[in-house]
Design a binder for this molecule. Structure first.
Ligand code: SF4
Ligand code: SF4
Length: 164
């Protein structure tokens, strides 16, 4: 695992979207799979090495990168970065790192109804800082660029369908 990724994970080790446990409000919706469906999270480049030998975890290689399927419960210290930053994402716009709501999270996370401003600024700042760290590492930067493009595509599709 590269240093930037290690530091980004550390930065988000304890910070969460709210000072209180938001999982109590929604029943931890982001950790639940639909019946008969295995959902996973996309790992940042290099992160897959941590989950190869991890009991209860499955890795799948996809065109977008490594996908991890978790056991449905986890300790904070084993959580992938995607879960630590959820429901936000660092995106790259005009060469700058910005924090954005993850378009994929809108159907799941009730916090996004209020948007980023309703979240703990310590958390949003940490997501931005993690993005800055990752952008210093070429493979991770490329990954952020691809994610930004994907976010734009999802938003464009949502707008086309009338903001659903
Ligand atoms: S879905 Fe949103 S509110 Fe619920 S636990 Fe996940 S991040 Fe928190
Ligand atoms: S790894 Fe942990 S935080 Fe992420 S979805 Fe699975 S149980 Fe939830």
């Amino acid at each position: 695992m590269n240093k930037a990724l290690e530091k980004a994970r550390e930065l988000l080790a304890e910070r969460t979207p709210l000072k209180t446990d938001c999982g109590k409000v929604c029943g931890a919706r982001c950790c639940q799979s639909m019946e008969g469906e295995e959902t996973g999270m996309l790992l940042f480049p290099g992160e897959e090495a941590l989950y190869r030998e991890q009991d209860g975890w499955t890795l799948r290689e996809t065109p977008a990168g490594w996908l991890a399927i978790c056991p449905g419960r986890c300790r904070r210290d084993e959580r992938p970065l995607a879960c630590r930053i959820f429901p936000l994402l660092p995106v790259i716009r005009n060469g700058q790192i910005r924090v954005a709501s993850d378009q994929r999270a809108k159907a799941v996370c009730p916090l996004l109804r209020q948007g980023i401003r309703g979240m703990d600024p310590d958390f949003t700042d940490a997501v931005r800082e993690a993005g800055r760290m990752l952008a210093e590492e070429p493979e991770s930067r490329e990954f952020l660029v691809r994610m930004t493009e994907e976010q734009d595509e999802i938003k464009a599709l949502r707008d086309k369908l009338g903001g659903l």
